[in-house]
Design a protein around this ligand. Structure first.
Ligand code: PLP
Length: 365
């Protein structure tokens, strides 16, 4: 296969073609450097410039205030499930509050309980299809932080706005919706995302942390696992994922220069997701959307067909239209269309047309 397909993978996922082209053009020789990004020292001035560019472009995109630090770490979001309670909860005498809206929040909770007392502030356990109402949250009086997952990648359930939680620092796993819309960073104590959903390749995780929280990590933590160590070395505590940081910078440049920043990409994402939810709403007895309409994700559109045979036929029919990776996560089943920032409108239009055609053919049969 030599032609690109429409890739609806949940992650690692689609990247902008212009970013891939730039990587191709620069892979043998970074302009002005004479070597590949894959070959240069993380302590070289050339890489320093890439690091500075990635930080400043992210700062500009998200209007990150000066009292927040940007860290580029490894270990994926999974390591953050542990690093966050290790640094912000362990030994604090306080309780961490977790809002559970799907699979990733539950996994984060399971790691946090190893580090200290954890309270479930809300649990969407009847199928994880919505986010809580503010009045439903039970936050501890002495809360170390309140943790939530802004977009549950597997269920396709997304918070439209951050939960209102009072004074405790808000901690957000934004792995699958980072950079999909404008954010007010000052709402958060810490927000993080592995890059491979919406911001770059696998191997780098972006952590944005409020300065005062760095001091909470004890000196007796393993060195790599203490946020302050990474901050003190400007993410060069050890060899960072240099290629990943370079690509995150290119993605940030693409958003700034080609997509109208985060407000521009939000319009694009609203338009794309609406096209698919409209089909689901048009055939309610054929396509069963998983998320409740008020909690629908801009990034992962999840739905089921009436039976397994139709689901299999849907997936193979889609593939004939060059629509790939639409199978839902094994734990939930059904169909999942991941339509991250870099999924072009044409891909979503092709999927919408296929869904209409498939429903017209099979609904009522
Ligand atoms: C993919 C994902 C993770 C896990 O990321 P890894 O980098 O594989 O550890 C965690 N949270 C969310 C919301 C995700 O989408």
């Amino acid at each position: 296969m030599s032609e690109r397909v429409f890739n609806f993978s949940s992650g690692p996922a689609v990247l902008p073609v212009s970013v891939l082209e730039r990587i191709r053009d620069e892979i043998l020789c970074l302009p002005g450097v004479g070597a590949s990004i894959l070959e240069i020292s993380h302590r070289s001035s050339s890489f320093e410039a890439i690091m500075a560019s990635a930080q400043s472009n992210l700062r500009q995109l998200l209007s990150i205030p000066n009292n927040y630090r940007i860290l580029f770490l490894q270990g994926g979001s999974r390591l953050q499930f542990s690093m966050i309670p290790m640094n912000l909860l362990r030994g604090s005498g306080a309780t961490a509050d977790y809002i559970l809206t799907g699979t990733w929040g539950i996994k984060a909770f399971e790691e946090a309980v190893k580090e200290g007392p954890v309270n479930v502030a809300w649990d969407g356990k009847s199928n994880y299809k919505s986010v809580p109402q503010p009045s439903e949250l039970k936050i501890s009086a002495n809360s170390a932080y309140v943790y939530y997952t802004s977009n549950e990648t597997i269920q396709g359930v997304q918070f439209a706005t951050p939960p209102a939680i009072g004074r405790a620092p808000l901690v957000c796993d934004a792995s699958s919706d980072f950079l999909c819309r404008p954010l007010n960073i000052a709402d958060y104590g810490l927000i993080y995302a592995c890059a491979q959903k919406n911001a770059g390749p696998a191997g780098v995780t972006i952590v944005i942390i409020r300065e005062d929280l760095l001091a909470r990590g004890n000196n007796d933590l393993p060195g790599y696992l203490r946020f302050a160590n990474h901050d003190e070395e400007n993410s060069l505590y050890n060899t960072p994922p240099t290629f990943g940081i370079y690509v995150v910078d290119l993605v940030a440049q693409w958003l700034l220069r080609e997509m109208g920043g985060l407000s521009g990409i939000l319009k694009h994402n609203q338009k794309k997701s609406q096209l698919l939810y409209d089909v689901i709403d048009q055939y309610p007895s054929f396509y069963h959307g998983h998320a409740e309409p008020s909690s629908r994700s801009l990034m992962n559109v999840t739905f089921r067909l009436p039976n397994d045979e139709l689901q299999t036929a849907f997936l193979s029919g889609a593939k004939k239209h060059r629509l790939h990776e639409l199978k839902g996560h094994r734990s939930v089943g059904g169909i999942r269309a991941s339509i991250y920032n870099a999924m072009p409108l044409d891909g979503v239009l092709a999927l919408r047309d296929f869904m209409n055609e498939f429903a017209d053919q099979h609904a009522g049969s």
